[in-house]
Design a protein around this ligand. Structure first.
Ligand code: HEC
Length: 427
């Protein structure tokens, strides 16, 4: 190599190295903190679900080995959907580049760098507006001291006298350590009040399960979930005098705990131009009936929608199964046999089920059929199996039974919808 070439290469190398030309090392404030604040801190800060805070430099360095491990395994941040299948608005996934960056920083000795300006942790989507209605559970609930999971139903009258349209829904857990996940339903029959405070182990749940709810899955929440909200001019209908039903999963706890969770509702102030509709695939849409999981077997089921009679624009999807679920996949097949991926969850985890909002309106053309496939493992090899030895399992709301659902929110298609990307905040 000629000397002049060497000089040029050396010069390029200098240009490419970070702002301080002589220190090539990554440092915390510049390279690492932005990733941690965006992807970890929403849960790992005081009062949130994560078991420790990751707000400060020292919080990271004392746990560097563990952090390195959980990010390389993609165990953290918790995100169930396969990002190679589809991306979502509320996605929280580290890129390979970010994982490499943190790994490299740890192996280089974790230089701190200089804090130039204080960085505020990301609060996630939608936090500017004050809710129109903030509904708290009637009284705080004493979570029994138990080494078992506790599943409870709560009934919250909404006290709305006229037809309203929801533009956003937010769940605020009262006890952030023990509220493990929750699901919201809407009843417009006014027949559900008696379920308030009921344990899912109570056989009376069977009676309530028969009530035809206006919405079986208004919204599903897990720690760190973003609120669900709809684009401008779009809203979800709420009948007057509807009631909200909450199903909360409390984690086992070794001391007396209380919870008074709440739900924030945001209404549209103008009449909506487009109403959010719900398409649900449920157990009776299974094409290989019956929905029954014999003990010691792995069972596979496929659900299939009716043929869509018009173009639709999908907003979100939410798969639902209980503890025996292992795999879930859903896609639409168009008349031309094109496949439109909706969601794939390669390693289902009951504890992290949530709603997935698309990044933009996803057009599903008229003539398409929506499929969903699920696998259940009712053998002793499934660590989530609640019965050893395994028992035959059928359908039911209780978590000792199983379910298979896909809940899709959509609006009727309008020209150029697919170019409309959802914003992460509303004013
Ligand atoms: C959506 C909320 C959420 C986000 C985001 C999140 N965590 Fe966690 N994290 C948790 C919860 C809850 C636990 C405890 C339960 C568990 O281990 O699954 C946990 C546990 C951990 C643990 C302990 C694991 C163990 O086996 O004890 C580490 C380390 C960790 N998180 C690091 C991170 C890092 C690093 C990020 C960002 C890249 C992150 N977390 C993002 C909620 C979250």
């Amino acid at each position: 190599m000629f000397d002049s070439e060497r000089v040029i290469i050396c010069f390029i190398w200098l240009m490419m190295s970070s702002n301080s030309a002589f220190s090539q090392n990554l440092n915390y404030y510049e390279n690492i903190q932005p990733i941690i604040y965006e992807n970890c801190v929403p849960c790992h800060q005081p009062g949130q679900a994560g078991p420790f805070s990751l707000l400060a430099y020292d919080d990271i360095t004392i746990r560097s080995k563990m952090i390195q491990y959980v990010i390389s395994q993609r165990y953290m941040p918790p995100w169930q959907a396969d990002p190679t299948y589809r991306h979502y608005l509320n996605e929280r996934v580290l890129t390979d580049f970010e994982i490499d960056l943190i790994t490299e920083w740890i192996s280089e000795g974790m230089e701190e760098g200089n804090e130039t300006k204080e960085r505020l942790p990301s609060k996630g989507l939608y936090h500017k507006t004050v809710p129109d209605v903030s509904l708290a559970m009637g009284e705080s609930y004493d979570i029994p001291k138990t080494n078992r999971d506790d599943f409870r139903f709560f009934h919250l009258p909404m006290d709305i006298k006229e037809l309203r349209y929801l533009r956003a829904i937010e769940f605020i857990p009262g006890n952030k350590r023990y509220v493990h996940h929750s699901r919201m339903m809407v009843d417009s029959t006014q027949n559900m009040a008696g379920i308030d405070g009921m344990s899912e182990l109570d056989p009376k749940v069977y009676e309530f399960q028969k009530v035809a709810l206006a919405d079986e899955f208004l919204y599903g929440w897990v720690p760190g979930s973003f609120p669900l909200f709809f684009p401008d001019g779009v809203g979800k209908r709420l009948e007057p005098h509807s009631d909200l039903i909450l199903n909360i999963h409390y984690a086992p706890n070794g001391s007396d705990q209380r919870d008074q969770s709440k739900i924030n509702l945001y209404f549209t102030d103008k009449p909506v131009k487009r109403e959010v509709k719900t398409l649900i695939l449920r157990e009776n849409d299974i094409i290989n009936q019956p929905f029954y999981l014999p003990a010691n077997q792995i069972s596979n089921f496929t659900m299939k929608s009716k043929v869509l009679e018009k173009d639709i624009s999908m907003i979100s999807v939410m798969p639902h199964m209980h503890f025996l679920g292992k795999y879930f996949e859903s896609y639409a097949v168009t008349e031309n046999r094109d496949t439109i991926p909706l969601i794939r969850i390669p390693d289902w985890d009951f504890n992290w089920q949530t709603m997935y909002q698309f990044t933009h309106y996803l057009k599903i053309p008229e003539g398409s059929v929506i499929y969903a496939k699920a696998r259940y493992d009712n053998t002793i090899n499934n660590p989530m199996n609640q019965f050893i030895p395994p028992k035959d399992i059928g359908y039911g709301w209780r978590t000792v039974s199983e379910m298979m659902n896909l809940i899709c929110y959509y609006v009727d298609y309008k020209k150029r919808d697919e170019r409309h990307y959802f914003r992460t905040e509303i004013d």
